[in-house]
Design a protein around this ligand. Structure first.
Ligand code: FMN
Length: 216
């Protein structure tokens, strides 16, 4: 009976499950299972609705971001949450200028398509800059990034890390943009994150379990 109750906590709905879509999972109980499942069901979202993320949601996500652990608690990041359409359009344009004539990888390879958006038309873009003088800054920022991805997912929001925008934003000709974002001297862009309401529910890409070995 106890087992039955426990498994009853987890209610998996397959009703809306199309071929290329992951099943939606709803929890009515077990916090442990919900936390574990949050990690497994988070996906990179590359299609967003126009609905903007609220200030309350941003506050929750940013609290998670800055509560990430960092070496010596240096918190070597500067995080900017951008919802200004003009600045977003300018960032996209700077990426297009950078990409012109180049072979790009992944979703950035589609930059020649009309209406292309390097942040997948997400209404919010998070720019995370890191202290260039801090040897663990990239690692620390990676943990903060994951906190952002997981907290947003817990709020039913979608995210996508955007490594493809990093080089473009750090170019000398784009330093004016970093100034506009109030990124301090000695910092460079470490990672960017698209954030918004998901308009797709993709399945998980393959994971390589053979990369884990247990040595007893
Ligand atoms: C550091 C980093 C950079 C990434 N850069 C991009 C990117 O520029 N554009 C994009 O669409 N996805 C990007 N991704 C998303 C990955 O493609 C994605 O995480 C991976 O395919 C696994 O899929 P999942 O996130 O749905 O589990 C990036 C992910 C990470 C961790």
């Amino acid at each position: 009976m106890k087992k039955l109750l426990l498994s009853g906590f987890i209610l998996v709905s397959l009703l809306s499950c199309k071929d290329n879509e992951a099943p939606k999972t709803y929890y009515t109980g077990s916090a442990t299972q919900a936390i574990l499942d949050n990690m497994l069901t988070r996906r990179s979202i590359r299609k967003y609705t126009d609905q903007q993320v609220s200030q309350e949601q941003i506050d929750t996500i940013m609290k998670s971001a800055i509560f990430a652990p960092s070496a010596l608690n240096k918190q070597p990041w500067e995080i900017r949450v951008i919802q200004n359409p003009k600045i977003l359009a300018e960032i996209n344009q700077r990426f297009l200028n950078f990409a012109e004539g180049k072979e790009m990888q992944g979703s950035a390879a589609k930059y020649k398509e009309p209406g292309f958006s390097i942040f997948h038309h997400a209404p919010t873009l998070i720019v995370m800059a890191i202290d260039k003088s801090n040897p663990t800054a990239k690692l620390d920022a990676g943990i903060s990034l994951q906190n952002i991805l997981l907290s947003a997912h817990a709020l039913n929001l979608g995210t996508c890390p955007l490594g493809s925008l990093v080089t473009a934003l750090n170019l000398p000709e784009n330093q004016d943009l970093l100034k506009l974002l109030n990124i301090p001297e000695g910092y460079e862009v470490g990672i960017n994150i698209a954030l918004g309401y998901p308009a797709e529910n993709p399945k998980a890409p393959i994971r390589y379990s053979e990369k884990v070995k247990i040595i007893k």
